[in-house]
Design a protein around this ligand. Structure first.
Ligand code: ZN
Length: 459
């Protein structure tokens, strides 16, 4: 049935056919598909629309409402989604693409082909856009970003780049990503690095303020104050990786825009920090919980056996997620620890959360796409409601990246959405029960991607 729908759309498109205008629907051209019957999660925390209908014309949503109130324009293909749930595609703000390939993690892996593979893995999992946060190799990342942005290939997430990021020399991200970053020692160098990246039109500036337990030197305050100021002069937002509460407070005072790797994963926030964040309601927070998966889930989590994980990642990679050094006691300790307490306080202060799991980073592994769903689930473990976690991962993250076409299902937005077999508002794990993914109005060919990754077997 679904093949027939694609075929029909293709004919419509090939014939250059325009549907007739009616009282109910505007005149349409090109590919027009009417989706009806799904429970629709808009992505803005509003109540879901039960028994929805929405129209996708080419790459956009043009009408969104209730079945029976919206009519399909003549000639539109129809897709019956009765029993399914639709939600917006995700926006992942903290990834490190390119270095991971199967079980390896090297600079040599940072190729066009490997980055596109990672973007396909995100697309497979319903992630519409990905920000690679400060570790891209300058010799190729910008050209590839520009090429992919001019004409995004089907079956890929959109690629955004934070360029190289700033730290002290040898003080940035972990090896092998370390030497991608700018090493700066003066305010002048910090400003120059930002200017260079601004000339390449980076989508964000990443700033590491972390001594890695004394192993490297930490970027001094005057340098990050200069970098943030320079970035804002160029209308570029800034995001930090930092682990000390005192540094976090000073970064907020310096007007940092967001936290990619916040100290409150490890220690309690205090009233002073909450007060600073209340004064700056636009600062956003990525909780970055995926790295703590062993503590959060304890023992042998049930998700190890989920079809979604097994359909794209080989057994030897999944084995990396099986750990024997945590137990249910670790989970209880995490639940009683600082993260859930902090999330409650941050929520009460009105802080805005986004989606960022640090996938591809040192502790993140290579579970591109999958980890974005696990980050959402972990935010719920930490105290967000499923609706809040979904809004963080969709509308909020799109806003932080400045993408006004993504993040919600609404007329005028890019038609990027997931069709799920079960309702994630009941159980956030249901975001992983993906039936179909549409990006920019086209269905992602998940079967072809799966076949590529699993050597031809269809599941
Ligand atoms: Zn990171």
């Amino acid at each position: 049935m679904h093949r027939a729908q694609i075929h029909c759309c293709w004919l419509l498109f090939a014939a250059g056919c325009s549907a007739q205008a009616t009282d109910q629907a505007p005149q349409t051209t090109g590919t027009v598909t009417f989706f009806e019957g799904a429970r629709l999660i808009v992505g803005d925390e509003s109540a879901p629309i039960e028994n929805s209908a929405f129209l996708v014309e080419n790459d956009r949503f043009t009408r969104v409402g209730r079945k029976g109130e919206l009519e399909a324009p003549p000639g539109a293909a129809r897709v019956d989604l009765t029993g399914k749930t639709v939600m917006p595609a995700l926006v992942e703000l903290h990834a490190h693409v390119g270095y991971r390939k199967n079980m390896t993690n090297t600079v040599e892996n940072f190729t066009r082909e490997n980055i596109i593979d990672h973007l396909e893995r995100f697309a497979y999992h319903g992630v519409a856009a990905v920000l690679s946060l400060g570790t891209d190799r300058r010799e190729m990342a910008y050209e590839l970003r520009d090429e992919l942005r001019r004409a995004p290939p089907p079956n890929t997430a959109l690629y955004f780049t934070g360029g190289q990021g700033l730290a002290m020399p040898d003080g940035g991200p972990g090896v092998p990503m370390r030497y991608a970053a700018y090493g700066v020692t003066t305010e002048g160098e910090a400003r120059e690095a930002v200017q260079e990246m601004a000339a390449r039109k980076v989508d964000f500036i990443k700033i590491w303020v972390d001594d890695r337990g004394g192993a490297v030197s930490k970027l001094p305050a005057p340098l990050y104050w200069a970098a943030i100021d320079e970035a804002h002069k160029h209308n570029i937002r800034t995001m930090t990786h930092t682990r000390e509460l005192a540094d976090a407070k000073d970064l907020v005072r310096a007007d940092i825009d967001g936290f990619a790797h916040p100290p409150w994963r490890e220690r309690d926030v205090d009233d002073e920090l909450i007060g600073l964040l209340k004064e700056r309601p636009n600062v956003f927070i990525l909780m970055t919980l995926w790295a703590s998966r062993n503590e959060i889930y304890g023992g042998r989590p049930a998700w190890l056996d989920e079809p979604l994980l097994r359909e794209t990642f080989p057994p030897e990679e999944i084995k990396q997620l099986e750990r024997s050094d945590t137990d249910e006691g670790a989970r209880a300790a995490w639940k009683a620890g600082p993260v859930p307490r902090n999330v409650a306080k941050l929520k009460a202060a009105g802080v805005r959360f986004g989606l960022g799991g640090d996938i591809g980073g040192i502790s993140g592994g290579q579970f591109f796409g999958w980890s974005s769903h696990m980050e959402m689930a972990s935010m719920v473990e930490a105290g967000l409601t499923p609706a809040e976690a979904i809004t963080a991962a969709t509308r909020n993250s799109a806003e932080f990246l400045g993408l006004d076409r993504l993040g919600t299902v609404a007329p005028g937005k890019s038609a990027d959405f997931m069709v799920l077999d079960a309702n994630p508002l009941d159980n956030i794990a249901n975001t992983r029960r993906i039936a179909r993914v549409y990006l920019r109005g086209k269905e992602v060919d998940r079967a072809a991607l799966r076949a590529k990754w699993t050597g031809g077997s269809s599941n």
